[in-house]
Design a protein around this ligand. Structure first.
Ligand code: ARG
Length: 585
């Protein structure tokens, strides 16, 4: 039971004992923190039903609350508020209880099987910052849903089946015509060695893509290659496999630098075998029809405020589309995993795509009736000036370059801060990662945000480095004190009467309900907001309280124990966000 639920129970009992409906016993954080910590507005709500002045009801309930040791002060205020301050004894008891529970009482056993589709890189194209958000948000959600006790499988859903492959093959044919793939009489085994390195591959694609825009013959040939690949041509298939091998190796390295990993590395191509089943199912159920030579399914529903165009399943030339592979992938996923929920994390500009896909999947019963299909659309990450993110030279920013820039900024700040000290490159990387991830996750996913390297890498304010700095500060105090084990019993000695201490205790008591909300709403930004507040509270408590010099040994130990609990709560949170704190910085 979380903190608010516990308090609500006391409030409910008080209303009941005073002769009013229990349901009015609800507590909320105070609108006037200068007057009290919490308030109950139930008397105002009850006034109508009981035809009484709200203040009379409040006054009748107050004695039942005042006698409860959970509260320090309770008063009825015009026109009918009940103002409450909780007692430190209640906070101590709650903290002791949660300190002994897994995940401080917030780890759950939700028990659903969830497949989360995130990352979504396209092979042979460099990872760019457009893919950063999907990876960062998806990884956080995966960890959060696991913390809640679900079985969660992450799938990158590689873009590995489109025209880019045909383009690369055509360009390769021009640049290296002597490769056996292009010899029509070749009948041996194709070489094991890839015909390109990753850096070659990354230059081949942009060249080919630019060329196809002006050279019709080249573009036709690339389409033909793609068609051949999809028909299983051995030479095209062999090149395609090499493209995947080289790309995936590079992608894994990049994702590892981001602290992102996937259980499944399936791709659009894996959906290919399910396309015939898809087409047959849609046709058998009378859902698909031919329109202008293409196969489509209507998805408009009564009550739609805008027009939802039919979902295009197959173009007139027989080529599969993004929708086609997504629908076929659903069949594959249901067959292999039968998940309770599938969550997709992409740019919000793909909203219509997913709306159409989900509707077709439901209409055709590709999923169980209770399988949830969820699309989380995120906003654009812009540069500091609010315009699409570009490199200094004006090109599309590659993820690696972005990470390097952030790390440079962090290194410079750390140099200033710790003048003369040797910088540990691993620490720089850890701080850099916190800057990137926190900078992203602290915004509501759906909103656009400006990636401000200078601000994100700052050690002050609402940033990843500030959070890490606070954790490292706690670690250093505890190290000095030689304090290592969280024994909940020690929290009994936390003293009353120190407002900063009380605030810290309250913040920690709020961990469970914050986490429930963050997981329920799939909202990592709620975790960020919470830890930012917790760090501020901790730092101001630390500022005003002598911890290591405290003479009363019991109190000293209780402080250290509370610090350790704060550290563990913070580290639990950043672990879910997908980064970690160094020992020193
Ligand atoms: N590869 C796609 C892109 O770059 C994202 C894939 C997202 N997942 C999906 N099942 N459609 O936009």
């Amino acid at each position: 039971m979380n903190f608010t639920e516990k308090l609500n129970l006391i409030l409910e009992d008080a209303f009941d004992r005073a002769g009013y409906d229990r349901a009015y016993g609800r507590i909320v954080p105070s609108n006037r923190p200068d007057l009290c910590e919490f308030q109950c507005n139930g008397a105002m709500a009850a006034a109508k039903a009981y035809r009484m002045a709200p203040i009379r009801i409040a006054e009748a309930v107050v004695p039942y609350l005042a006698s409860n040791p959970a509260f320090k002060t309770v008063s009825a205020c015009m026109p009918g508020f009940i103002n409450l301050d909780v007692s430190e004894a209640f906070l101590r008891a709650f903290l002791k209880e949660s300190a002994a529970l897994p995940g401080f009482g917030a780890a759950g056993h939700a028990g659903k099987k969830i497949l989360i589709d995130y990352g979504g890189p396209n092979v042979a194209k460099p990872l760019h910052i457009g893919h950063l958000r999907s990876a960062v948000i998806g990884e956080a959600l995966k960890r959060m849903l696991r913390f809640a006790g679900n079985e969660v499988i992450g799938d990158t859903h590689l873009g590995d089946w489109g025209l880019q492959i045909g383009l690369i093959i055509e360009q390769l044919k021009e640049e290296k015509p002597d490769l056996p793939y292009f010899d029509p009489d070749f009948d041996g085994d194709y070489p094991e060695e890839a015909p390109f390195t990753i850096s070659e591959l990354e230059t081949i694609y942009p060249k080919a893509s630019a060329r196809a825009k002006t050279d019709q013959a080249f573009s036709d040939a690339a389409h033909e290659n793609t068609y051949q690949l999809q028909q299983g041509d051995p030479a095209c298939t062999a090149i395609w496999k090499q493209i995947i091998r080289v790309s995936v190796e590079d992608l894994k390295k990049n994702y590892a630098n981001l602290g992102v990993s996937f259980e499944l590395w399936k791709g659009e191509s894996d959906a290919e075998p399910y396309i015939p089943t898809l087409l047959m199912t849609l046709e058998e159920q009378g859902l698909s029809y031919v329109s202008d030579g293409a196969i489509v399914v209507d998805v408009q529903e009564e009550g739609d405020k805008t027009e939802i165009p039919p979902c295009l399943i197959m173009k007139s030339d027989g080529a599969a589309l993004y929708q086609t592979t997504d629908l076929a992938t659903i069949i594959d996923r249901m067959e292999h995993f039968n998940p309770d929920e599938i969550i997709y994390i992409t740019d919000k500009r793909q909203e219509l795509h997913f709306r159409q896909v989900f509707r077709v999947a439901r209409k055709a019963n590709l999923v169980n009736e209770d399988t949830e299909l969820v699309h989380i659309g995120f906003g654009t990450m812009n540069g500091k000036d609010g315009k699409p993110f570009k490199t200094r030279a004006g090109g599309v920013m590659r993820l690696e370059a972005l990470i390097a820039e952030i790390n440079d900024a962090v290194r410079e700040k750390m140099r200033e801060r710790y003048e003369g000290e040797e910088l540990d490159e691993e620490t720089v990387k850890a701080v850099g990662l916190s800057a990137i991830k926190y900078g992203d996750l602290s915004n509501q996913a759906a909103k656009d945000y400006n990636f401000d390297i200078d601000r994100f890498s700052s050690f002050e304010g609402n940033t990843g480095p500030y959070i890490l700095y606070t954790i490292v500060r706690i670690k250093s105090i505890l190290r000095k004190a030689g304090f290592t084990t969280l024994d909940p019993e020690r929290l009994s000695d936390l003293p009353s009467g120190n407002p900063k201490l009380k605030e810290l205790m309250m913040d920690l008591c709020g961990f469970g309900e914050m986490m429930e909300a963050a997981i329920r709403d799939l909202a990592p930004h709620k975790i960020c907001g919470y830890i930012y507040g917790l760090c501020d509270t901790l730092n101001s408590f630390y500022h005003e309280t002598h911890i290591l010099n405290e003479e009363d040994e019991g109190i000293r130990q209780s402080y250290l124990c509370l610090l350790l609990m704060t550290q563990q709560v913070l580290e639990t949170c950043i672990g879910l966000l997908g980064f970690s704190a160094p020992e020193k910085m």
